[in-house]
Design a protein around this ligand. Structure first.
Ligand code: ZN
Length: 149
């Protein structure tokens, strides 16, 4: 219920800029897979990304998040650090890592979802995204491509 309210609130907040919005739906499954490994946006787009865990397993067993990283991030290095950040649900809190995370959802369990609203990077390029739950990043990673405006 809380997620639903958050989703509605996020939708309402996004309304004034509707013409510019880029709506994206991304899923995470009990098979440890993102629904898509390639997302394309235009530089500066207002992105409304709905991330939904379509599985049934609880967060502790099969948690998923969506973590968008800077274009030049060494994904494996980041993910290995992230999976140790248990206290912050696998989002590393050190200064170096914080600079690499452009935006992220919280950790979701089966049936949960979160709507994330963010502005696409101004710089065209390939921005990796991962799930940082321990052991997931090797399968659960994709690329958000930012095209020039
Ligand atoms: Zn995951």
């Amino acid at each position: 219920m809380k997620n639903l309210i958050l989703a509605i609130a996020a939708t309402c907040l996004a309304l004034p800029a509707l013409a510019e919005d880029k709506a994206i739906e991304l899923t995470g499954s009990d098979q440890m897979q993102f629904g898509t490994k390639a997302i394309e946006v235009t530089a500066g787009d207002k992105v409304v990304l709905t991330f939904k865990h379509i599985g049934k397993l609880p967060k502790a067993a099969m948690g998923h998040n969506f973590v968008l990283l800077k274009a030049d991030t060494k994904v494996q290095e980041f993910a290995l650090k992230a999976m140790q950040a248990v206290a912050t649900e696998y989002i590393p809190a050190d200064e170096e890592s914080k600079k690499l995370v452009l935006t992220h959802t919280k950790l979701l369990g089966g049936g949960e979802s979160e709507v994330l609203t963010f502005t696409a990077p101004a710089e065209p390029g390939a921005y990796p995204y991962v799930c940082t739950f321990p052991g997931h990043f090797a399968l659960m990673q994709g690329v958000l491509t930012v095209k020039a405006k």
